[in-house]
Each structure stands twice: as structure tokens, then as C-alpha cells.
Design a protein around this ligand. Structure first.
Ligand SMILES: [Ca+2]
Length: 422
């Protein structure tokens, strides 16, 4: 993503950031990395399978070389990661410092108002929706099977892949090794006010990446991803890949880069494992309390649903009819609109689940609205054609008419929305 785009979105790139950018979602997948320690110990050390071929390095991207901290990391971690120390030293020494990664990982300038309207226009636009219809048609059986298996609507799965990578068009051009090594060992310093050093997180993702490459017989020197190290159609970080990715096409390998079907199953499995509840709406319309203090109290938990309908009403919020009959906790979600008044929704646990993919309420709302619109476009198309219209969205559907209006409204804006591969 470009810096301009990043500042437009102005979303804190906390965890996953990438996805936001449509690029990488990555991060999102910021999951606990506890699982791996247990299963690496018995793996055989890697015998240098790929002769490390030196890659040409431009002056702008120097290799780290045998820098002391990297070599110490290699010697300390080799056994746990399943590598021969010399092999791991050789791989890490070929990582390249990427100054653009150091820039992209930082949050946008503070004080900029976030703008849900701009964010929505960036993603929910006709070309991406059209690509989504094609993706859905190409993968109809896999999407239906993932929905049946994991309870996640096909349009949600298709939407995440569309928001993350524009259906495989933008999977990231950085070598994952370069991105993760840069962020693990040369995190930007000094940091701008409000930013925090996340090198520990990326050092763990580097470990996960090295294990992932070894386990799958992949060349760690050639795998590509986002500036944060997210890979494939769904932009999984290495740790998420190892924990949540599945072999959904049954060929015996998990391949999120070349197999759309594996990516589909893995996105659905990820959401299921993070609490997706079939049939539960993602959100309801809500008017927040007029009282500022009461509103602030409802906003305190951010995307985490903590208060029920009665507590919303007691605080002075006004829920839609559908929302009034909701059972379970809700979160008041505020979406800033630049200089205009914010908009609000009452998010359920399913809204929260989407934020586990990428920790931003703006990201989640974009995924949800894109999914609704994509499903309505598909229904509108299939009603004229084969009649194989399948699943209705589990939450309020956007009508075909409103989708058409949306399409018309956004067409003028869409020229700015194509993300350029890096
Ligand atoms: Ca597979």
C-alpha cells in the first residue's frame, strides 16, 4: 500500500495491518503463538534442500549478512526450528533490509480523522465486486463446501479474499524473509509518538515462517508476501498459516499461494476457530446515546461485545427492531467519517470475529458490506440466468436495487482504488 493510501485510511496499523491495505492482511492474524513449540522438537533438521543461491541485491536493499544478532538468533534457534545451524545462518544472512517495510509498518500521522466513507469507497467498488462474482463462479463448489463445513457464509469468505488481495491480484511483492527479518531485527527506531516496537511479534513470525517453509518444503528465500510478511490469497501471517490453514482441495499440501480452494477453506476455518456463529447477524443499526458520557461508556470496550440490549437501552442507545431482539452481548462501534459526524453500528460477536482477521472495525465493516453487496449482485445475476442462487446472507441483505445505486455512486471514485502491486 502506498503511504498516501495509508494516510487516507488512517487506521492504526496495529496488528495486521496489511489487509487493510487490501494488501495484506495480515496481520491480522495476530494470534497467540503458543502452538508451535510443542511440535517442532521432533522434526528432523533441515538438510539444505535448496542451495542458497545468492540473489542480486541492489544498493537500496543491502543484505543483512552475518550480522551478529542474526547469527546469534540462528545459532540459538536452529535446533528448535529444525534447521542445521549453518543452513539457518546462510538463509538469514541473505535477508535484505527493506527501508520501505520500515516505513509502511508505522501508523499514519496522528490526529488525522479516520474516514469510513473513504475506506468504503476504496473497497466496495464495482471492479472488485465484479472480480468477486468471477471468483465465486470459479469456486462455487469450494465456497459452498466451506460454508457447509464451517458455517461461514460463502460471501464472507469471498469478501475477505477480495478485500485482502483483490482476488489474488495483490498478494505482495516483498520476500517474506526480507520483510520479517527487517521488522524482527531493524524495527524503525526512533518510533513516532504513539507507535510501539513490535519486533518481538515479528521475530516470532519469522520463527513461524522458517518452520512453515521447512515443513512444506518451500524455499524461504523465494516466498513473497506483504510488507508485514502476510502470504497468499487470504494474506495469512506465518503463524496463522501454521495454526489455521488447511488442505481443502485434498492434494496433501496446504498451499495458500497457489490453491484458491485451500485459501477458501483456510479463511472459513480461521473464522470458525475465532468464534463465528452461523446465522448470527454481524451488526445492527443503532443510534448512540445523546449523552456524551453515556456514549463514551458504551465505546469503552471498542470492538469487544460486552453489554446486552438492556444495558444499551439503559445507557440511552436506540437499537433497531432487529437489534432489540438480539440475545447476547453487543459492542457500540464508532466509524469516523472524516470531518462529518461519525456513524455507529451495534456489533455482535460475529463482527468481533471478523476483527480477529484484521484488528480494525473499519476493516470488518468493509468486509461485511462487501459481502452483502457481493451476495446481492450474485442473486441479481443468477435470477436472470441459471437460477442457482445459493445462500442468502445471514445478516441484512443489501437489495439489488441499492447495490446498483451503490455501484453508480462509486463508479466515479473507483479510478483511485486500484491497488498497485509492489
Ligand atoms: Ca491443498
Amino acid at each position: 500500500m502506498t503511504a498516501a493510501r495509508r494516510s487516507l485510511l488512517a487506521i492504526p496499523l496495529t496488528v495486521l495491518t496489511p489487509a487493510l491495505a487490501g494488501l495484506a492482511a495480515l496481520a491480522a492474524l495476530s494470534m497467540p503463538l503458543s502452538a508451535l513449540a510443542a511440535d517442532v522438537g521432533h522434526k528432523k533438521p533441515l538438510k539444505l534442500k535448496f542451495a542458497p543461491k545468492p540473489k542480486a541485491s541492489s544498493p537500496a536493499t543491502p543484505v543483512f549478512g552475518e550480522r551478529a544478532d542474526l547469527m546469534q538468533f540462528a545459532d540459538r534457534e536452529a535446533a528448535a526450528l529444525g534447521y542445521e545451524p549453518a543452513a539457518l545462518r546462510s538463509i538469514l544472512a541473505q535477508a535484505r533490509l527493506q527501508p520501505s517495510v520500515q516505513r509502511l509498518i508505522l501508523p499514519g500521522a496522528p490526529g488525522q480523522a479516520k474516514d469510513w466513507g473513504a475506506y468504503r469507497q476504496r473497497f466496495i467498488e464495482p471492479r472488485r465486486l465484479q472480480a468477486g462474482l468471477g471468483f465465486w463462479a470459479d469456486n462455487e463448489a469450494a465456497l459452498a463446501r466451506a460454508e457447509a463445513t464451517y458455517g461461514v457464509p460463502a460471501q464472507m469468505i469471498a469478501s475477505i479474499i477480495g478485500i485482502e488481495t483483490f482476488y489474488g491480484r495483490i498478494m505482495g511483492g516483498y520476500r517474506v524473509l526480507d520483510a520479517l527479518t527487517t521488522l524482527a531485527f531493524d524495527y524503525p527506531n526512533p518510533l513516532p509518538v504513539g507507535a510501539r516496537n513490535r519486533s518481538d511479534y515479528f521475530r516470532e513470525e519469522l520463527r513461524q515462517f522458517l518452520i512453515l517453509a521447512r515443513e512444506n518444503g518451500l524455499d524461504p528465500l523465494s516466498m513473497k508476501g506483504s510488507y508485514a510478511g502476510a502470504m497468499g490469497w487470504g494474506q495469512f501471517m506465518p503463524g496463522s498459516w501454521r495454526r489455521y490453514a488447511i488442505d481443502f482441495d485434498g492434494d496433501g499440501h496446504i498451499d495458500l499461494i497457489n490453491s484458491q480452494v485451500d485459501a477458501i477453506g483456510s479463511v472459513a476455518h480461521f473464522l470458525k476457530e475465532h468464534g463465528w456463529q452461523p446465522g448470527l447477524p454481524t451488526h445492527y443499526e443503532v443510534q448512540p446515546p445523546v449523552d456524551t458520557a453515556a456514549k463514551a461508556q458504551l465505546l469503552i470496550s471498542d470492538v469487544l461485545p460486552q453489554l446486552d440490549v438492556n444495558q444499551f437501552l439503559a445507557a440511552g442507545a436506540d437499537l433497531s427492531i432487529a437489534g432489540l431482539s438480539h440475545v447476547g452481548p453487543l459492542a457500540l462501534i464508532e466509524l469516523q467519517m472524516g470531518g462529518a459526524a461519525p456513524v455507529y453500528v451495534a456489533g455482535t460477536k460475529n463482527f468481533y470475529t471478523v476483527t480477529r482477521y484484521n484488528q480494525s472495525s473499519y476493516y470488518a465493516m468493509a468486509v461485511i458490506e462487501f459481502a452483502q453487496t457481493l451476495a446481492s449482485w450474485r442473486r441479481a445475476g443468477s435470477s436472470q440466468g441459471s437460477g442457482t442462487s445459493s445462500m442468502a446472507p445471514s445478516d441484512a441483505p443489501t437489495t439489488a436495487a441499492s447495490a446498483a445505486a451503490l455501484s453508480a455512486n462509486l463508479s466515479a471514485a473507483s479510478s483511485a482504488s486500484a491497488a498497485s502491486p509492489r
